[in-house]
Design a protein around this ligand. Structure first.
Ligand SMILES: *[C@@H]1O[C@H](CO)[C@@H](O)[C@H](O)[C@H]1NC(C)=O
Length: 380
């Protein structure tokens, strides 16, 4: 019986082995599939983990290498196609304060103008600016700071496409305004070819064609930062003795928020920690910090490099805390000509009739007449 069973067994055991030949691959396949699913799951989770960790902790890796490998100089100096990044302010300002000390470039560096728009969100004069920039690729870069939640939707053909930088909340007349300006400067400094930095608002328009503006700024010996020693409650009256010894009353300056500065001054602003803390603490409304921080700290060290005037025309003649806003009805050829050449100032120490390259404030309704007049009057 044992034998029989044994035989039976073998026959029985033979059958399964025969079946095994068909079963085994199915089993293997099942196990294999389970492993594949498990591996996929693990890799998806770990990819997210890496991403998360990179943003949270591995910032230095993202800071130092623009691409994963730097094998050519080109890959290092080429600005990224999008200005979006995951750095916070301390990381950004630190990175932006790096600067080559060797001023003989081993490549052809075409100096560019960085146009930095400090806005709430929409750019009502975008069509005018598009026309202004057309045909001048390679000589400018654009950076837009908005309210943090604003999402712009420019088409890929627009000069503003993907030029929005990571932004934070801004309160009028407070330090957050200067912080936004420093954020714009720092982002623009990351592009090694940016040489001149212009701050503009959504209510600003260009008063001249691109070539004219590029030439005027690039040939200027001075940077256009207002810097006046003004008596009275709106000037020296805003100074606090707590700002000493770094800032003395005689060093206190006032200037327009809307500036144009070169790379050296932009770096000095971005690297500053001493004046920043003094102004943040002791210049609060009615001390409007955006009118004093940069003018004062630049005057202390770089007075000889400042034109001590702004390039942006503004009408303060009506008084009050805000300048006049101009709408559709006032935009005529005569009005624009008056802004363009109606005053006199110094340009490279010579008297000049061309004092302003930009103007504000304009209401969105001004766009239509401006587009009509720009070829004839503004030169673009
Ligand atoms: C930026 O991130 C770093 C690293 O996580 C942190 O040490 C630093 O305090 C952050 N700075 C700001 C302004 O949030």
């Amino acid at each position: 019986m044992g034998k029989e069973e044994g035989v039976k067994d073998t026959s029985v055991s033979l059958k399964p082995t025969n079946q095994c030949k068909t079963f085994l691959p199915m089993r293997v396949l099942q196990v294999f599939l389970m492993l594949v699913v498990l591996a996929l799951g693990i890799s998806v989770v770990s990819m997210h983990m890496i991403k998360y960790l990179k943003i949270q902790n591995l910032a230095p890796t993202t800071l130092i290498s623009k691409s994963d490998e730097i094998t050519t100089l080109e890959s290092f100096i080429k600005p990224p196609s999008s200005v979006w990044h995951s750095m916070n302010d301390s990381e950004l300002l630190w990175l932006a304060s790096m600067e080559p000390r060797r001023y003989e470039y081993p490549f052809k560096r075409v100096p560019k103008m960085a146009f930095m728009f400090l806005t709430k969100g929409p750019l009502p004069f975008a069509p005018l600016w598009e026309r202004f920039f057309k045909g001048h690729e390679g000589f400018y870069s654009i950076y837009v700071h908005t309210l943090p939640d604003y999402k712009s939707d420019f088409p890929s053909s627009s000069v503003f496409y993907r030029r929005q930088i990571p932004s934070q909340h801004v309160a009028w007349g407070e330090m957050s305004m200067c912080e936004a300006e420093r954020r714009l400067l720092a982002n623009a400094l990351l592009d090694i070819s940016n040489e001149w930095f212009v701050l503009l608002s959504e209510a600003c328009i260009p008063l001249r064609g691109f070539d004219f503006i590029y030439s005027y700024v690039s040939k200027s010996r001075y940077s256009f930062m207002g810097s006046a020693d003004e008596d009275g409650p709106y000037g020296r009256g805003r100074y606090s003795y707590a700002m000493g010894p770094e800032v003395q009353l005689s060093q206190w300056r006032k200037g327009s928020q809307w500036f144009e500065i070169n790379r050296e001054l932009a770096l000095y602003i971005v690297e500053d920690i001493i004046y920043y803390h003094k102004f943040k603490e002791f210049c609060r409304p009615p001390c409007y910090v955006d009118e004093h921080y940069f003018p004062t700290m630049l005057s202390i060290r770089y007075s000889h490099l400042l034109a001590k005037r702004t390039l942006t025309w503004t009408d303060w003649s009506k008084g009050g805390p805000h300048p006049t806003t101009f709408g559709k009805s006032v935009i005529t050829e005569m009005f624009l000509k008056m802004i363009q050449e109606g005053q006199s100032c110094l340009y490279n120490d010579q008297t000049s009739q061309v004092c302003y390259l930009f103007a504000r404030k304009f209401d969105p309704s001004a766009l239509e007449p401006l587009l009509k007049l720009s070829p004839k009057v503004l030169g673009f």
